[in-house]
Design a protein around this ligand. Structure first.
Ligand code: NAD
Ligand code: IPM
Ligand code: MN
Length: 350
């Protein structure tokens, strides 16, 4: 087949550690599926500041747009917290520049993970939902936004069109899953949330086969840990999605396992773990690479239709988890490279 072009934005602190690990796994598994690819390493985030003077060099945007998929690892950290343009600014800008308005964050608890969850087995068993987070508007992008001498201001903005397009992504996804949507908002207080709920009620009419449930975000924060099996597709504004997805991640035992996919109207999808650059554990070789491996699996499945390869990568994670080969965040003592070795052994055996 043809050679897929993958833009690699390797990240900061643990970012490059888990990127390297996941690419080692990809390299081991790709020949089995005759999957051919080439990687393009692009400066971005703190690494962009160091190598090219900016967290999002114009050349990175241009090259990323031409790729078949974009693979990104976590950015930011104390080294650049006082930079005039921080790594995080680059992240928001690349999402916006590529029009990646929908961010899909899965929470799935498979059998091998049940005992790693901080919740009771009977509560987490069968958990399988996705958070559909609006990614290019809301509190993250509204203007004015300014830190001044004596006060500061942020703005939450949503247009009708922005709400409707994210709703359609979520409802369509539900049709391919268990046909249940949960709309999250704060419509008892916020105007943008009133718009959010009103548009959801309207769009729902086009998806008569999908059951819809409405929750305020505070009650949802409780519901996610009280009854995580209640949910299938959760559609939420940008800021609420950021917060709820870290909470949901912990149900699986560690945020260090969770991937995401960002999609727009056209152009390549972007894939990244949901967690940050974990400066507290960087350089020790103990970062959990599962998030990045799951991110690569999500990429090959969704951008390259390599379902069987994705399934085998996930199976390898389940196998090494069941064998107790996990990093400290999951209660184990394995190093990142122990996980890579165990995963590659599992791939070679199967
Ligand atoms: P974080 O997600 O980096 O870390 C939170 C906790 O989770 C830490 O204890 C960390 O050690 C742990 N953790 C996260 N990923 C892990 C992994 N793969 N393996 C093992 N443990 C893991 O959040 P933070 O500390 O609030 O932020 C650190 C930096 O990352 C900040 O600069 C922040 O802005 C940035 N950040 C970037 C992204 C991104 O690139 N998408 C996302 C979130 C935060
Ligand atoms: C995430 C991160 C980013 C966000 C930060 C680093 C800008 O927390 O991807 O969840 O808030 O979107
Ligand atoms: Mn976040």
């Amino acid at each position: 087949g043809d050679v897929k072009k993958i833009a690699v934005l390797k990240g900061d602190y643990i970012g490059p550690e888990i990127m390297t690990a996941a690419l080692q796994v990809l390299e081991a598994i790709a020949p089995k599926y005759d999957f051919k690819y080439e990687l393009e390493d692009l400066p971005f985030g703190g690494d962009g500041i160091d190598r090219a003077g900016d967290p999002l060099p114009a050349s990175t945007v241009e090259t990323a747009k031409q790729a078949d998929a974009i693979l990104l690892s976590s950015i930011g950290g104390p080294k650049w917290d006082d930079a005039p343009r921080r790594p995080e600014t680059g992240l928001l800008e690349i999402r916006s520049a590529l029009g990646l308005f929908a961010n899909i964050r899965p929470t799935t608890v498979v059998e091998s993970q049940i005992d790693r969850s901080p919740l009771k087995a009977e509560i987490v068993k069968g958990t399988d939902f996705v958070i559909v987070r609006e990614l290019t508007s809301g509190a993250y992008f509204g203007k004015p936004r300014e830190l001044r001498e004596k006060d500061a201001i942020d703005t939450i903005y949503y247009s009708k069109d922005e709400v409707e397009r994210i709703m359609r992504v979520g409802f369509q996804m539900a049709q391919q899953r268990r046909k249940k949507v949960t709309i999250v908002d704060k419509s008892n207080v916020l105007a943008t949330s009133k718009l959010w709920r009103a548009r959801a009620e309207e769009i729902a009419k086009d998806f008569a086969d999908v059951a819809v449930d409405y929750r305020y975000v505070d009650a949802m924060a409780m519901g996610i840990v009280a009854r995580p099996t209640d949910f299938d597709v959760v559609i939420t504004p940008n800021l609420f999605g950021d917060i709820l997805s870290d909470e949901a991640a912990q149900i699986t035992g560690s945020i260090g396992q969770i991937p995401s996919m960002s999609i727009g109207a056209d152009g390549p999808n972007l894939y990244e773990p949901i967690h940050g650059s974990a400066p507290d554990i960087a350089g020790q070789g103990i970062a959990n690479p599962f998030s990045m491996v799951n991110t690569v699996a999500m990429m090959v499945e969704n951008s390259f239709q390599e379902k069987a390869m994705a399934a085998e990568m996930r199976q390898a994670i389940a196998t090494v988890t069941a064998a107790g080969t996990v990093t400290p965040d999951m209660g184990g003592s394995a190093k990142t490279q122990d996980i890579v070795a165990a995963m590659i052994a599992s791939i070679k055996e199967s």
